[in-house]
Design a binder for this molecule. Structure first.
Ligand code: GUN
Ligand code: ZN
Length: 467
């Protein structure tokens, strides 16, 4: 059955970049989103202009609520479902060793992992996260539960088991031999990649190769992953990992990685150049289906290489604040041309809602020193929360905005369900200039949104059952 969803519509149309998001921002005050029986968008515009061919479609009236493209979270940790706000008395490396490796080890218990998959997926529905790159558990049973539950609920996911072939004692249960790491990863691709439809171009389920970070795998594992990825690239398999997150002097991950591999740049370790002196030791893991979480402390050459290879950044300011990792330089990163998306990084971050990440992004970038301090445009915030995420997942042709022909992933926001949002929308002062008033309303919507105000979530035109 064809449906017309009515509401106040915002989206970033076409194939905008973050630099052109403002021009591409679309607002339709009395909007109509026409979705066909297959879940594809047939039309989006003013209800008053609805073409007659859609006149007999069933109307679902969400006015005066808002309709936005589904949120895309390009970095979130499934085995950290219960680890938000874990106190370890240190920054990244101490926190991993003291809090995260023990938390993730609990997923070795089958029932625990299954229950966590249900809760993780519920949290995604509450947060309107229709698509996500999910950093997976080391344990295949837990990963099976994640894929099964995601499929049952009808969300999109790209995920892969977190690969570790070395680490401190507390990571012991997460570490496998080098051979086993590759065997388990290849088996996960066989079992789950496009398992729902058998076709990567229509699937909601996809698999990624996920070395935790360079310090968690040996150069031999890095070489084996490069070989595996060379075999799997053409099948639409993904790569996901962390890059240049924390550079605390003395104990930071960036210096530790460079010292460990003796390379010129952290990115080299993922780019096949993981031997001392950045000598080539294997195949590159970079490409248009590769997402590097954080990328806070990148050299210009690293940003250029990511842009050149189509590799995307998952920007995670909530987590960067929590772990003292610093601020990704916004203007410099944008200027490099690399695609930027947003990640909650839960449990490094303590939020599940992507607009909360956009909220912290706004705050940290306006606080950058001197001329680097910028007030992000609300269209840029919406872009990184939606279309930029779809591009990072290399599925921009399928979702991310309301262009005709795309699959209808969207969320409905009812401000009345969250008083401070309703207050900001109903009573906030607005400029006389129409465009500025529109931007102010989108800003209020993104900054004040909290989970309770998300009243409905749709993937491919199908309404996801409430939690
Ligand atoms: N680097 C390696 N593992 C992790 C992790 O679990 N969280 C974050 N934020 N950074 C990491
Ligand atoms: Zn992370």
């Amino acid at each position: 059955m064809k449906h017309v969803y009515r509401g106040q519509i915002f989206h970033v149309a076409g194939s905008a970049k973050v630099t052109t998001a403002e021009e591409a921002l679309v607002f339709v005050a009395d909007g109509a989103l026409v979705v066909d029986s297959e879940g594809s968008i047939e039309w989006c515009g003013e209800f008053a202009d609805l073409p007659t061919e859609h006149e007999h479609a069933a109307i679902v009236d969400y006015r005066p609520g808002f309709i936005l493209p589904g949120f895309v979270d390009t970095h979130i940790h499934f085995p950290q479902t219960y680890a938000g706000d874990s106190y370890g008395g240190g920054q990244l490396l101490e926190w991993l060793e003291r809090c995260i490796f023990p938390s993730e080890s609990k997923f070795g218990d089958r029932d625990f992992g299954r229950a966590a998959a249900v809760e993780f997926t519920n949290q995604r529905v509450r947060a309107g996260t229709t698509a996500a790159m999910v950093f997976g558990s080391a344990f295949p049973d837990a990963q099976d539960a994640l894929f099964e539950e995601t499929q049952r609920r009808g969300l999109r996911v790209v995920s892969g088991r977190g690969i570790q072939t070395r680490g401190p004692d507390s990571a012991g249960p997460l570490i496998t031999s080098e051979e086993k790491a590759i065997e388990l990863t290849a088996a996960e691709v066989d079992k789950w990649h496009a398992a729902d439809t058998g076709d990567v171009d229509t699937a909601l389920l996809h698999v990624a190769l996920v070395p935790r970070f360079s310090l968690s795998v040996t150069p031999t594992t890095m070489a084996a992953l490069g070989e595996l990825y060379t075999d799997l690239r053409s099948k639409g398999v993904y790569v996901h990992t962390h890059l240049n997150e924390n550079n605390r002097p003395g104990t930071g991950e960036v210096d530790a990685t460079k010292a460990d591999y003796q390379v010129n740049s952290y990115l080299d370790t993922y780019d096949g150049k993981f031997l001392p002196g950045s000598k080539v030791g294997g195949e590159s893991l970079l490409g248009p289906r590769t997402i590097m979480a954080h990328s806070v402390h990148c050299q210009d050459g690293e940003l250029a290489r990511m842009a050149e290879t189509g590799t995307s950044i998952s920007h995670c300011p909530v987590s960067q604040l929590f772990l003292g990792s610093g601020t990704m330089p916004w203007l410099r990163t944008v200027e490099s041309g690399v695609n930027i998306s947003l990640g909650t990084d839960h449990g490094g971050g303590d939020e599940w809602l992507i607009s909360r990440v956009a909220n912290d992004a706004f705050k940290v970038h306006i606080t950058e020193p001197g001329d680097a301090g910028v007030s992000m445009h609300p269209a840029e915030m919406l872009f990184v929360a939606t279309l930029g995420g779809a591009r990072a997942l290399d599925m921009e042709n399928r979702f991310g905005n309301f262009d005709t022909g795309k699959e209808a992933d969207f969320l409905v926001i009812d401000p009345e369900r969250w008083p401070s949002l309703a207050n900001a929308i109903d009573n906030g002062a607005r400029a006389d200039d129409e465009k500025m008033a529109r931007d102010q309303m989108l800003f209020a919507l993104l900054m004040q949104l909290r989970e309770p105000a998300i009243s409905a979530v749709y993937v491919k035109g199908r309404k996801i059952d409430d939690v």
